[in-house]
Design a protein around this ligand. Structure first.
Ligand code: HEM
Ligand code: HEM
Length: 230
């Protein structure tokens, strides 16, 4: 029989660690994309975000309850019902609209990271793909990610206004919600999975941080352009 408690563990340590590392890495990758001299850190934080989110896909199948995709109520009928009764709605895991935003983030992050890596390879001439197309794709994926984060934060603000003391907000800090439900306990397999997840994401951070950067990229591009024009 599964035990139920009032102060229920909903987001275990791996989910909370994932969340705050993701917030840090996305914000850093996005902001650092504006600074040419800090490109290795843009790559590193971008790769960290991509690695964390790719791991989150695996966690969505093998992680604890409430973190599994099968626990995300994303059917049209759940969304409709939720929108109609948003004031009184209560969910142990993500609510239907939050679930849609989360799935969007899980798709946009790896798309931004993979296109960024392909763009890097193309700009360094180790891969011959259409760099303009890749750059557009990378920019769109990054901006879709940003829009989803803004929706996420607006949804949370609305939730705090509507539910005040019982808001979903506190659970991403404490892991617990004031609901009577079975806890999201983590078994040994999930602990090993979580350690491998963070180790792999950290390795990607280090590998991307050490990618060689062409410090005279603009000059080389100009020379190439002039050669093409001749
Ligand atoms: C770049 C910034 C952020 C990103 C990319 C982000 C992303 C995410 C993701 C992917 C989840 C789902 C977690 C999972 O199911 O494993 C989530 C949940 C959550 N996040 Fe964020 N987040 C960001 C910033 C924040 C901030 C600043 C706060 C609070 C101050 C916050 C509070 C929450 C809460 C409360 C949940 C759980 C929501 C629920 O119960 O449905 N997030 N976030
Ligand atoms: C979630 C992860 C990432 C986000 C949110 C992100 C975001 C951005 C943004 C906003 C830009 C500026 C686009 C523009 O204005 O043209 C950019 C450019 C770029 N990014 Fe990323 N990026 C991510 C991951 C990566 C990764 C992992 C790499 C490579 C390993 C990478 C390589 C590049 C390159 C080469 C550029 C073009 C720089 C230039 O030529 O000016 N990005 N990225």
């Amino acid at each position: 029989m599964t035990q139920t408690t009032e102060n229920t563990l909903v987001w275990g340590l791996p989910t909370r660690l994932f969340h705050w590392l993701l917030a840090l890495s996305f914000a850093s990758a996005y902001i650092l994309s504006d600074f040419d001299g800090l490109q290795p850190f843009h790559f590193a934080f971008g790769a960290l975000a991509g690695g964390l989110l790719t791991g989150r896909i695996i966690w969505g199948f093998f992680g604890p309850r409430y973190s599994r995709f099968s626990d995300f109520p994303v059917s049209l009928s759940s969304i409709r019902l939720f929108v109609r009764s948003v004031k009184n709605a209560s969910f142990v895991g993500h609510n239907p609209l939050a679930s849609v935003v989360m799935l969007g983030i899980v798709a946009a992050g790896p798309a931004a990271a993979i296109s960024g890596y392909l763009l890097y390879q193309t700009e360094s001439q180790t891969l011959s793909l259409n760099s303009h197309l890749l750059e557009d794709f990378h920019e769109i994926a990054a901006n879709v990610f940003l829009i989803l984060v803004l929706l996420h934060l607006s949804g949370l603000a609305l939730d705090v206004l509507l539910h005040q003391r019982n808001s979903a907000l506190f659970a991403i800090f404490t892991g617990r919600k004031n609901v009577s439900a079975p806890p999201a306990s983590i078994n040994l397999f999930q602990k090993i999975l979580a350690v491998s997840w963070f180790a792999a994401a950290l390795s990607l951070f280090i590998l991307a941080r050490n990618l060689p950067v062409d410090r005279n990229k603009d000059d080389h591009e100009r020379i190439r352009q002039e050669q093409n024009d001749d």
